[in-house]
Design a protein around this ligand. Structure first.
Ligand code: ATP
Length: 377
């Protein structure tokens, strides 16, 4: 089932007459393809949950429309939309067993949708098997681990055979190991059921690993929608470039003069065709090549060996981050006693941004890519 958001907007009034209204979601336009898992990603307060609640029907949009397939569901109540919703805090009924929790939504089916007892049980056991909790059906939620409780919550959402599955930070209450495991599980369950799914998270690594498509939001406004790898490799602005990637992108103040990019005194790269101007320069940690004769010089702090790779930690007066992290191959013989370290930069791992708007300025191959993709559009 494709989900279409048309100029979806939510404005909350200010708490007092003088307080300004909050535009939580601003003209969100997007067609979620059938059967895909979409990650809504952004910092706290960017409008992710409000978007999810509007798709679900718990929040009424101020303007705009929502379609499931060709059905306009904008005015429908949550019960009539055919959505399954999973919250961060599981929200299971504590006095009921796992089986009773899963059966609960089916008992509310009315009229032609009503199921017989044996049909309900069959459905409950089928979803319990899918999320691998079928051996825990007689336990109470308090007798389960956090990960198991979250699986029950997912089973309870799936048992209704929803048209769309909505997950609101479903992994936040789990410890690191369970988070990893449960996110793999969610991906598997989503693939097996083929249900169009929207997943809200503020954790970029989680969104990158689980989503077919990522939507990056800031202050209610969509910044970029694309495959996770594309958003990482081809960010549209400084905010997106900074939000994705661990270790984070290294950001410097720089300038372009005569088609050359400068960071401080160092002429680090050719950027033919870019007008002279002050810029922000973003360099991914893997964008540095350790090179004694390289044009970019930094003060060496230390070197951390991480198996296959080496992380060189350095500083530079033009850096906006307190330290610069560059990841290079462990085969490099790095003089750890040296005071300076020099690099050559990989052009496709270097992004430059307008200093005022923070929008990406394309050069060389990235400019050709954007022209080809805009033609394809
Ligand atoms: P978080 O990750 O912290 O949950 P979020 O990205 O999901 O954040 P939302 O909860 O969608 O963000 O909130 C978006 C904006 O709308 C925020 O500025 C928030 O303060 C505001 N907001 C949300 N709900 C209400 C409400 N009921 N009344 C007034 N303002 C609200």
């Amino acid at each position: 089932m494709k989900v279409v958001l048309k100029e979806l907007t939510k404005i909350f009034p200010g708490r007092t007459k003088k307080a300004p209204e909050v535009v939580a979601v601003n003209k969100f336009d997007f067609e979620i393809p059938d059967g895909k898992l979409v990650g809504l990603l952004g910092p706290s307060g960017c409008g992710k949950s409000t978007t999810l609640y509007m798709i679900c029907g718990l929040q009424k949009p101020s303007s705009g429309k929502i379609f499931f397939g060709d059905d306009d569901v904008t005015e429908l109540s949550p019960e009539n939309r055919g959505v399954g919703l999973v919250f961060q805090n599981y929200a299971l009924y504590p006095h009921m067993t796992v089986k009773q929790n899963i059966l609960f939504p089916l008992q509310n089916f009315k009229g032609a949708d009503r199921l017989s007892k044996s049909e309900m049980l069959e459905r409950a056991y089928n979803v319990a098997k899918l999320v691998q909790i079928d051996d825990l059906m007689d336990r109470k939620p308090s007798e389960l681990s956090g990960g198991q409780q979250q699986r029950v919550a997912i089973a309870r959402a799936l048992v209704k055979m929803p048209r769309v599955l909505l997950l609101d930070e479903p992994l936040s209450n789990l410890d690191a190991r369970l988070r990893l495991q449960t996110r793999e599980e969610i991906k598997r369950i989503q693939r097996e059921t083929g249900i169009t799914t929207v997943f809200v998270t503020h954790d970029q690594e989680e969104a990158m690993s689980i989503s077919d498509i990522i939507v990056v939001m800031k202050l209610g406004v969509v910044q970029q929608i694309d495959k996770p790898q594309t958003v990482y490799e081809d960010p549209v602005n400084l905010f997106v470039a900074k939000f994705l990637g661990t270790p984070p992108i290294n950001v410097f103040e720089g300038y372009v003069s005569g088609g050359k990019l400068f960071i401080g005194e160092d002429r680090v790269l050719d950027v033919d065709g870019v007008e002279d101007q002050d810029v922000f320069v973003g360099i991914r940690p893997e964008g540095f090549i350790y090179d004694e004769k390289g044009p970019f010089h930094c003060a060496l702090r230390n070197v951390e060996v991480m198996g296959r790779d080496v992380s060189i930690v350095s500083t530079n007066g033009a850096s906006l981050n307190p330290i610069i992290r560059s990841i290079v191959d462990a085969d490099n013989k790095i003089d750890v006693s040296a005071e300076k370290v020099s690099f050559t930069l990989k052009p496709h791992k270097v992004f430059i941004f307008n200093k005022e708007t923070e929008e990406r300025i394309r050069f060389g191959k990235s400019e050709q890519n954007s022209q080809t993709s805009s033609k394809e559009d």
